[in-house]
Design a protein around this ligand. Structure first.
Ligand SMILES: Cc1cc2nc3c(=O)[nH]c(=O)nc-3n(C[C@H](O)[C@H](O)[C@H](O)COP(=O)(O)OP(=O)(O)OC[C@H]3O[C@@H](n4cnc5c(N)ncnc54)[C@H](O)[C@@H]3O)c2cc1C
Length: 404
């Protein structure tokens, strides 16, 4: 669906995009439509993106060369210096087009490297990532430490001026193809994790690193990583020693902008509207999408607030009660609503497809998209902060309810 297609849903109005930001969004949409034209010839059903690594890396380099992957990074690290909403709109359009962007500076590793990396780490890891020449993964979760990251057991022990890392990470997106990994390990096991954990950045080809792919329900793979006595130099520490907990929370907050979820939801509701414009369930989803876009608008406006140039409001925030003027609460509301909306869209889509909805397939192989979606949209309500935890956040910080 091109940007001028009459079937497109107007997202600029509910998202409150300025003409400049909407112009950027359209530029990205056109770029990605060209990029994805021959994507079906590059299928890799074992990858989350559904596409092979050669295709992805070539695409990342082209996006990086245009300055897209660092659009909201400062110029000092090779970025475009735009407010966070510009990066979010790239993620929105990448999801809309099913384009692979997750392993780049734009989504996973960019923000924590920027926020906590030293000038040397920016030079070594972040700048090439912004150029689209290097991919990264995040390895925080462990087999017994998912939502409760305080339970993590990986340990980095001081060794000379560096460290020795031991641990077992799980559910890692894209580790099988990533060049570099950000991880978290306890650096003072005698105190609670929140006070004795640090973050590290390391290349995945170091001796002692073993990556194993594990199949998901939708056939693509997540990875486990075993760190078996991996020797790290002092330059592997990301940010401050023992301050990893607060750093990690800040980094996870950045992953929750939810723009990608809105991009998928918009594209899928458009597909449903094209096929069944008079179905009342589709009309209902259309209304819910509009609500989701308005929740997203608040997240973007709050994120941009701190970055706006003097006298310029990049996004026009909707009037909001004080409870949702808190960026963490706004992001929790948006993440919860839109990930659950994606499940409702998948259910209606598969139902409307009837028997075709039983033709499960991978992302680009021409099977039922909604059968794929039914399975795929289970996990976003659990990952990047389970929705139950998000609801606790809304109750506590938005509504001021006491903690149980
Ligand atoms: C597709 C996918 C990609 C991922 N990618 C990465 C990655 O790249 N890097 C990485 O480090 N991690 C990654 N994760 C892990 C993810 O971020 C979550 O931490 C993880 O999925 C949640 O842990 P768990 O699966 O062990 O579930 P658990 O934490 O064991 O949760 C099980 C159930 O309990 C519920 N629950 C948990 N806590 C509470 C609570 N406080 N109150 C009420 N209910 C609760 C959950 O909603 C869920 O239904 C990924 C996960 C998925 C599914």
């Amino acid at each position: 669906v091109s940007s001028n297609d009459a079937r497109s849903i107007d997202v600029a109005t509910p998202l409150g995009l300025t003409p400049a930001l909407d112009g950027w969004r359209r530029e990205v949409r056109d770029f990605l439509a060209d990029e994805m034209a021959d994507a079906p010839a590059h299928q890799d059903p074992l990858d989350l993106t559904g596409l092979d690594e050669t295709f992805e890396r070539a695409h990342h380099r082209r996006a990086g060369a245009r300055g897209y992957l660092g659009i909201s990074m400062p110029a000092a690290v090779g970025g475009g210096g735009r407010p966070p909403s510009w990066k979010a709109m790239y993620s929105f359009e990448a999801a809309y087009a099913d384009a692979p962007s997750i392993d780049t500076a734009l989504v996973l590793c960019g923000a924590p490297l920027l926020d906590f990396g030293s000038p040397d780490q920016h030079e070594r890891w972040l700048r090439p990532m912004v150029r689209g020449e290097l991919t990264g993964c995040i390895a925080y979760s462990e087999p017994d430490a998912g939502s409760d990251l305080a339970a993590l057991t990986s340990v980095a022990t001081p060794d000379g001026d560096g460290w020795v890392l031991r641990g077992h990470k799980a559910l890692v997106t894209g580790a099988h193809k990533a060049d570099v990994c950000l991880t978290a390990a306890r650096t003072d096991p005698t105190v609670p994790t929140r006070r004795g954990m640090s973050m590290f950045v390391l290349p995945l080809d170091l001796p002692g690193v073993e990556v194993t792919r594990r199949a998901t329900m939708n056939r693509w793979t997540l990875s486990e990583i075993v760190f078996d006595g991996v020797r790290l130099g002092p330059d592997a520490l990301l940010g401050e020693r023992h301050r990893g907990w607060s750093q990690m929370l800040q980094a996870l907050g950045d992953e929750r902008s939810g723009a990608a979820h809105l991009g998928w939801a918009t594209r899928l509701v458009e597909d449903l509207h094209r096929c069944a414009p008079n179905d009342p369930r589709v009309a209902q989803l259309r209304v819910e999408l509009e609500a989701g876009l308005r929740l997203g608008r608040r997240v973007l406006a709050l994120a941009d607030g701190a970055h706006a140039e003097p006298g310029v409001t990049p996004l026009d925030a909707l009037p909001a009660p004080a409870a949702v003027a808190n960026p963490i609460v706004a992001a929790a509301m948006s993440k919860t609503f839109v990930t659950e909306l994606l499940q409702r869209i998948a259910t209606v889509g598969a139902d409307l497809e009837g028997l075709d909805g039983l033709r499960w397939g991978t992302l680009f192989d021409g099977g039922s998209r909604f059968a794929y979606e039914l399975v795929e949209r289970i996990h976003p309500t659990i990952s990047v902060g389970a929705n139950e935890v998000q609801r606790d956040t809304i109750a506590r910080f938005g509504l001021g309810l006491p903690v149980a």
